[in-house]
Design a binder for this molecule. Structure first.
Ligand code: HEC
Ligand code: HEC
Length: 508
């Protein structure tokens, strides 16, 4: 072979490899291909609850790729922090990590159902360790602490540890009913100028309001809830009224996946070449999946844990960490569009939360007992826990929604950023509105403190969450990871049987 022929052969081989690579790439597919959910099918009752939950499970666990629309596409230099226009670290084109674009799936961060075992018990929907913390919208970070070496690595964003998602259906229902109560009180106040109305719902006080004669409300005495009087249980800062609202933000922030309901149908807002990245039905299925998951529960109390529970109440922990709140209804209505101050408008599906696996207990007057150990109210936790988020004011930086203590035995690390590695640390770091109660705990003798801790260790995360769903998917899914909602024989589907047909057709 002369030199020319060699070069020509080499070029042909290279070209072949190039074409081969091209074919390979073209053969790759979106991870969710064929599994987007059609909202109309949910609303029309054409999907069983089991099918919707399976689809939600898939959305929660699938690692999305760029063919699904993962990522933000080309950055918008005018807006480097908002989802949809973010830069990538060192221009890698895929991840940012310090302001979202920090995972390919929800599961990457919500994956431990007990940190109290060794090794930790893994499970879908659980908490994350500190390396799963989300770093939210910083524009400046100084990890070296230099030049001012004072032990503080300054950062003007937020740092948040992933909580578990269990029990969220009961929490959302409580929030809706509390919002409805507060909106009703608001209307009454507006109709009766000069009369002071206490903002009390489910025994939790959010201050008071009074209207003047011109239709203006004096909101200066509103406490622990935003001025629109909408309860927002989700997010550690209490920023989201519903799972749908939270998930809408989560898919954009973490995954750079754009929901149709945010950017519009057929619109490639982030310029990554993919439209309809997350459909309206996808967010519904994700919400149903989370809302119906198992809930945390209290183990039976030993005599010393029972004494610890009594101390927990007597020193004031239960003022914020309310052992339970009760709903008026057993049914969580799902709404689209979700209008925060009209919490029961736009219902397209209903979920009976007494059914397994959420299995909330009935309260004897038509509602549920939600043993959450919280009040769905935001509290000033003092300067020690305050964040230094540049986009929030000082008051907001000090406020957190009361952490729900159900599941606390298994959910370390604790507090909003996971700074507390033990329960004792978490309690002793309380300040602000909780200062006196914290001091009362600190003043307990060892025996009483141990009893409180033993009590807290009886609040367990679900041991085997989503088991039935996973088992039936596995049974139906002999072809590896493609156990498909809608493809299963009803006989392989115990969930559908146990939940009853009335839940399958959830339209109004
Ligand atoms: C990088 C880690 C990470 C990923 C990925 C992630 N989350 Fe989270 N999740 C968090 C953190 C941190 C919080 C607390 C956020 C806050 O306080 O503002 C949270 C909170 C939540 C909550 C609210 C729980 C509550 O009780 O307040 C829900 C619901 C949730 N995530 C769902 C999802 C879904 C759905 C996805 C996938 C689209 C997802 N998460 C992906 C870290 C993550
Ligand atoms: C004024 C209201 C208030 C009182 C009183 C209060 N807490 Fe809290 N607690 C909170 C808030 C708010 C958080 C979340 C703080 C954060 O995320 O940084 C929290 C967090 C916690 C956590 C960590 C939860 C987690 O999942 O990370 C534990 C444990 C806890 N509290 C136990 C107690 C105990 C025990 C007492 C009584 C000695 C008590 N708290 C009194 C409001 C209160």
């Amino acid at each position: 072979m002369d030199r020319k022929t060699t070069v020509r052969t080499l070029l042909v081989v290279l070209a072949g490899a190039w074409v081969g690579a091209g074919i390979l790439v073209a053969a790759e597919q979106p991870a969710l291909l064929g599994h987007h959910v059609d909202q109309q099918r949910i609303a029309d009752g054409e999907m069983s609850l089991y099918e919707i939950r399976s689809a939600g499970l898939r959305l929660f666990t699938t690692p999305f790729n760029k063919l699904d629309g993962y990522g933000d596409g080309p950055m918008n230099p005018a807006d480097p922090t908002s989802p949809g226009g973010r830069p990538t670290l060192q221009g890698n084109g895929t991840f940012l990590r310090v302001n979202g674009l920090d995972a390919q799936s929800c599961l990457e961060c919500h994956s431990q159902i007990s940190a109290a075992t060794s090794p930790p018990t893994l499970g879908i929907g659980g908490v994350g360790g500190s390396n799963s913390n989300a770093i939210i919208m910083p524009t400046e970070m100084n990890p070296s602490g230099f030049p001012l070496v004072n032990g503080i690595a300054d950062m003007n964003g937020r740092f948040a540890n992933p909580p578990f998602v269990f029990g969220a259906g009961g929490v959302e229902l409580l929030g809706l009913e509390m919002t409805e109560d507060l909106q009703r009180i608001r209307s009454r106040a507006l109709a009766n100028p000069g009369v002071v109305y206490e903002l009390i719902t489910k025994g939790v006080s959010f201050g008071s309001i009074v209207a003047d004669g011109n239709g203006n409300l004096d909101l200066s005495n509103v406490q622990g809830v935003s001025d629109d009087l909408v309860i927002r249980p989700f997010g550690r800062k209490g920023e989201f009224n519903s799972l749908r609202a939270f998930d809408t933000a989560a898919v954009q922030f973490h995954l750079g996946m754009q929901p149709v309901e945010v950017v519009g149908e057929g619109v490639d807002d982030d310029g990554d070449g993919v439209t309809d990245e997350i459909t309206v039905g996808d967010l519904s299925a994700l919400g149903v999946f989370i809302a119906t998951a198992d809930r945390p529960a209290m183990a039976s109390l030993t005599p010393s844990a029972t004494r610890g529970f009594a101390t927990f109440k007597s020193i004031g922990c239960a003022d914020c960490h309310r052992p339970s709140l009760e709903t008026e209804s057993t049914v969580l209505p799902l709404r689209y569009p979700d209008v925060p101050d009209h919490p029961f408008d736009g219902v397209y599906y209903r979920i009976d939360l007494t059914r397994p696996p959420a299995s909330f207990e009935r309260n004897g007057s038509g509602g549920l007992i939600v043993p959450l150990f919280a009040d769905l109210k935001r509290h000033d936790m003092g300067p020690g826990l305050a964040e230094s988020f540049a986009l929030a004011d000082e008051k907001t930086n000090r406020e957190f929604t009361t952490a729900r203590l159900w599941g606390i035995a298994d959910s370390a690390p604790y507090l909003h950023d996971g700074r507390a590695t033990t329960l004792t640390e978490a309690i002793l770091l309380h300040g602000g509105e909780a200062q006196t109660v914290r001091d009362a705990f600190a003043a307990l003798d060892d025996a009483h403190r141990d009893e409180v801790l033993e009590f807290l260790r009886s609040l367990r995360m679900p041991r085997h969450p989503l088991q039935q769903l996973l088992r039936s998917l596995r049974r139906g899914g002999s072809n590896g990871g493609t156990a498909l909602p809608g493809r299963e024989a009803p006989s392989a589907n115990p969930q559908r049987r146990s939940l009853g047909p009335d839940l399958g057709g959830g339209s109004q």
